[in-house]
Ligand binder design. Sequence first.
Ligand code: ADP
Ligand code: MG
Length: 574
Amino acid sequence: MPIRLLTPDTIGKIAAGEVVERPSSVVKELVENSIDAGATRIQVEIRGGGLDLIEVTDNGSGIEPADLPLTLERHATSKLTAFNDLDHLATLGFRGEALASIAAVSDFSLKSRVAGEPGGQQIRSLFGSEPITSAVAAPVGTTISARDLFGNVPARRKFLRQPTTESGYVGRVVSAYASAYPTIQFSLFVDGRKSLQTDGGGDYLAVAGAIHGVEVGKAVLLVDPLEASAAIAGVDVEGWIAGPSVSKSHRQEIVFFVNGRWIQHRALAYALEEAYHSLLMVGRHPIAFMHIRVDPASIDVNVHPSKAEIKFTDERSVARAVQRSAHFALSGAPRADLPVASFASTFTPVQQPAFTMPAPVSRQRTLEPESDAPAHEPPRNHASGVPMLRVLGQVGASYIVAEGPDGIYLVDQHAAHERVMYEKILQQMKGAGVDKQPMLDPLLVELAPEEMAVFEKSREELTEIGFDIEPFGDGVVAIRAIPALVQRVDPAERLHLILRELADGGAGDSWLDSVAISAACHTSIRANQSLSLTEMRELISELEKTSQPRACGHGRPTMLHMSQVDLEKQFSRR
Ligand code: ADP
Ligand code: MG
């Protein structure tokens, strides 16, 4: 074959592939442009996983009419004047490639107006065709939309996942930027439904709650800049991390920004997890957002086309700052949120012997959750890992008080039952299959669209754990059978709870595991439920039989322990 020059059209498509891998990368570029334009409000809308429509609207500076056609030229940027500037980047963009790349693979339109102009201008281009400019009515700011993404590159579409998955990636991008820019009001609409809204009030913790929901919101701890004595020269870290009472089975909720830029960095994620040390069960990972600020000259952002990876000149210092900041945040956490026994092991610094943690308030350190992590005193346990317990009574209709060989134990009845149910489901699945209880009449349940999406994804797994549920059309499903284990509960209500939890990502190592954990959780005895002494004894003895009695399927502790020694210390007998 003779050598030929590629046509500009082909070159455009190839280059577009480097910047625009999938809908979420388009959203990332557009959101970054809006941030660079000084926007205080950014609205993202997608349809069909971003293939039908991606639209980003901001109230930023807008683009001068004369500059409009230039925005679609490759390597046209208002942000970089000389190569030297690369070391002193104050903006997220600098390559001038994004808009040209997006326009090459979509039905593209950009509407913009700058303050002081009577009206706006629009520029349209169809899959890289010569742009056409026209006058339009528009508020100050910019709206960019891309329709029919990759309509001219069908091969690329084949690499994309299901629309719900692609929408999920977009959600992750918007959440990450909303976390990093709490003073900007972000909203995300997915297929016409609002899926995220932050208030732009500048409060990190409010953003964490808006993104991750109430439960995580309650468990988040602010990461403050380190005090002078502990600070690491040239590295500042701020943000938030969730206490160990909430965690994930993957690392996708660990988000790092460096100087305003979202990055992926394995070593930093490990450094962060090191700070949690034994606070999290094996296979569980934290939820965290950290914004790291360093001298721009000490990083190279140019190593990756979509700028997702960067190189630090001194990676170890950055990792140390991340770890230390997380240590401090965790050490200030309220006790209720922290398994204290294992927390003690964080006093032994793992990587830096010179660094000493501040001691937590000793009065709060009395109730120590049992954990699989090495504690100071090896507890005297019974073969299953849980001590022989004598039930004394119930507190607050939620906790069982028991006496063990070494002190007193408080058992969370919900977490304990969840562990029992989870293991029973798994056992039955491994054996002859799960016992099912057929419904006399099928129970019709109406699902919200997001519940329906999760239901469709989880149908096989739900069947495997004992639910027979069929689509009935029009957003309705018919429950025909439920696992025999869950007989006493309202199946419709529990199905909603299970699907809603799964919509948040699932807690298990596999999807089947996530479905089992969620089903166990939402079919268990709740808190605020009075139990008879017999019921409590039965529950404790079931718990003793499980393989991991000390944590529920979500990794929350099932029991707290106050040892004989602790009791004596607290009553000043020692
Ligand atoms: P880069 O961001 O690397 O400069 P882009 O292709 O993303 O390249 O954008 C090209 C130019 O278009 C930017 O330099 C900027 O001047 C202008 N621009 C893009 N999006 C916006 C926006 N939302 N508001 C104002 N100007 C924008
Ligand atoms: Mg850009």
